[in-house]
Design a protein around this ligand. Structure first.
Ligand code: ADP
Ligand code: MG
Length: 622
């Protein structure tokens, strides 16, 4: 007897919650557990291969890099073994007891919530994409025992066991060879996974692309190929899809793919996929990058942070360049000139691909835009190297587009009016909000196109872009000389006369004091009595500043433009001439109402008494 100790430990809270769901789930597609375990075995094998290639000493150096699966119908077990990097005791505890990935907690929170609500909201099959695929073993196993030995030459063997209920135990094991062996004792209703034929069927369905040989009861069950190095004409759609599912840990089809190779300026083979869905947009946390870097089919870096820009984090795939030195270390990858060049070439090529898609299949591009447009916006706002290409990919709704119909800058410029001075945009939370506001009036009147900016990031991009193909980009809410003007026409009866106007404006400015920087007669208003113009950017930018300053209630002073044809404005002027103190209350109310229309945040409380007095006057006059 060696008399070693069995250590019992509790799973981290989130993992307990996850296990509770996994064990009790009525999830029908339990087959996926196998793919998760094979994918872990392949990851561990790939890491081992890299360690060896970059000159690290490993134990059992001559073990073949392959995965073996064995079934035992009498013992009712399924065993998956690899000769990968294995785990030390510390790694066991960190990897299979606590959550390592940033997105996992959110995924589990979504799962728990949708379970409480009894809805089928979050799909259990996403388990692998959120870094907790291992635990899917408990869908089919009543007990999981994992035997492992790390690659480090003096590593010991360890055994991890759990029945998935709140605890697991770790104890030292008999000396085993390098790698990991997972034994599943199958649940009564999961006995079918103890049959070799069943396992082979699942491998065909889910794991036909695994870059290492997988043997089931000693028989090879997959074909191993580096798909990206083959000729496009030699690969079927099915092979592409299988490969995508493998590298993206996904069960859905990819949205689209780009497979290319080039020899100049760099030798590159790349196979990139846009995933079928964007989980980031459903409130899951930020995705990790998903492009793996290879050199002549050897993995150099998984989920490389240097090979694609951050806004391309939604893309999954492989970039292989034989120009990379095989033994390049992770540290030198960071500031390697060749890597930046590769990054630039691949990103440029991918953007060109998107542009072609947008041109050749606009409906499909629209679908892409709805799912992944946020990443393109993020790029347009942050990536100066690829800005021009990114800006061409942006899409907006406009007053001339139908609801949900999208306009590009190119289209906008193409249909600009001959004398139109600039590209215009207007911000607001929705089409309704924008179209009921005063800012659109002049554009509607003159049939000029205005892009709609619904989100702060749109505002940010448009505000920072300044111009497109030499045309200025101007916010409709801005005080700008580049805005269109209403036609001058005959003075109407009752309209404030030229002579009177200046003294009225002076009085108005004095009445409002520091709340405005200027009061002037508007050339842009058609029906509304007044608008406030922002002195910088758009109102939603101002609103954001307000929120950041936490001084809601105090609106930064802008310009008030009044419409001298409006009955309200004319009325205020008459009251002023009659020295009626009511003129002042009405003048104040016009400003605040215009600020509300601009979507600025006002403290409505000090408006209440004034509104009552205005109402009183209205209801008591006949
Ligand atoms: P993910 O694979 O996304 O990291 P998993 O829940 O599938 O999440 O696995 C958790 C971690 O456990 C892995 O990141 C890895 O460190 C470790 N692991 C799982 N299976 C193996 C294995 N066969 N060999 C070595 N390490 C493994
Ligand atoms: Mg995994």
């Amino acid at each position: 007897m060696t008399g070693h100790q069995v250590e019992t430990r509790e799973f981290q809270t989130e993992i307990r919650q996850l296990l509770d769901i996994v064990i009790n789930s009525l999830y029908t597609d339990r087959d996926i557990f196998l793919r998760e375990l094979i994918s872990n075995a392949a990851d561990a094998t790939e890491k081992l291969r890299y360690l060896k290639l970059s000159g690290n000493e490993v134990n059992d150096p001559d073990l073949p890099l392959e995965i073996s699966i064995n079934t035992d119908e009498t013992a009712n077990t399924l065993t998956i073994s690899d000769n990968g990097i294995g785990m030390t005791k510390e790694e066991l505890i960190a990897n299979l007891g606590t959550i390592a990935h940033s997105g996992s907690k959110e995924f589990i929170r979504h799962l728990t919530e949708s379970k409480k609500e009894g809805s089928s909201g979050t799909d259990l099959s996403l388990i692998g994409q959120f870094g907790v695929g291992f635990y899917s073993a408990f869908m089919v196993a009543e007990r999981v025992s994992l035997y492992t030995r790390s690659y480090a030459p003096d590593a010991e063997s360890w055994v991890w066991t759990s029945d998935g209920s709140g605890n697991y135990s770790v104890e030292q094991g008999e000396n085993t060879q390098r790698g990991t062996k997972i034994v599943l004792r199958l649940k009564e209703d999961a006995k079918n996974y103890g049959q070799g034929e069943e396992i082979k069927r699942i491998i065909k369905q889910y794991s036909s692309f695994v870059p290492y040989p997988v043997a089931v009861n000693g028989e090879k069950a997959n074909t191993v190929e580096a798909v990206w190095t083959k000729n496009v004409s030699q690969i079927t759609d099915q092979e592409y899809t299988d490969f995508y599912k493998y590298i993206a840990n996904a069960y859905e089809e990819p949205f689209c793919r780009l497979h290319f190779s080039s020899d100049a300026p760099l030798s590159i083979k790349a196979l990139l996929f846009v995933p079928g869905e964007n989980y980031e947009r459903f409130g899951f946390s930020r995705m990790e990058r998903g492009v793996n870097l290879f050199c002549k089919k050897v993995l150099i870096q998984e989920k490389s942070e240097v090979i694609v820009p951050e806004w391309l984090r939604f893309v999954r795939g492989v970039i292989d360049s034989e120009e990379l030195p095989l033994n390049i270390s992770r540290e030198t990858l960071q500031d390697n000139a060749l890597i930046s060049k590769l990054n630039k070439v691949v990103t440029g090529r991918f953007l060109k691909f998107l542009e072609e898609q947008a041109k050749d299949a606009p409906a499909r591009y629209k679908e892409f835009w709805e799912k992944f447009g946020l990443f393109i916006k993020e790029g347009a706002a942050t990536d100066f190297v690829h800005k021009d290409a990114l800006v061409k990919l942006l899409r907006f709704e406009s007053n001339l587009s139908g609801e949900g119909e999208l306009v590009s800058f190119d289209q906008y410029v193409e249909r600009m009016k001959e004398d139109q001075k600039a590209i215009y945009y207007i911000s607001g939370s929705s089409r309704e909000v924008i179209e009921s506001g005063p800012y659109l009036e002049i554009f509607k009147d003159k049939g000029i196109e205005v892009l709609y900016s619904y989100e702060t990031i749109d505002d940010y991009i448009l505000n920072n872009l300044h111009e497109f193909q030499g045309k200025k980009i101007v916010a409709a809410e801005q005080d700008s000389e580049d805005l269109p003007e209403a036609e001058s026409r005959e003075t109407q009866e009752g309209e404030i006369s030229e002579d009177e106007l200046n003294s009225f404006l002076d009085w108005y400015k004095e009445t409002l004091g520091t709340k405005v920087t200027e009061v002037r007669s508007s050339k842009r208003l058609v029906d509304s009595p007044a608008v406030v113009l922002s002195s910088f950017g758009t109102h939603s930018m101002q609103k954001m500043m307000q929120l950041m300053n936490k001084e809601s209630g105090s609106v930064p002073a802008g310009i008030l433009e009044i419409n001298t044809r409006s009955a309200i404005i004319r009325g205020i002027n008459e009251l002023r001439k009659a020295n009626d103190p009511f003129a002042e209350a009405a003048a104040q109310q016009v400003l605040e109402t215009a600020q509300i229309a601009a979507g600025l945040i006002l403290d409505p409380r000090h408006m209440v008494n004034r509104l009552y007095s205005l109402l009183e006057r209205a209801v008591t006059s006949k």
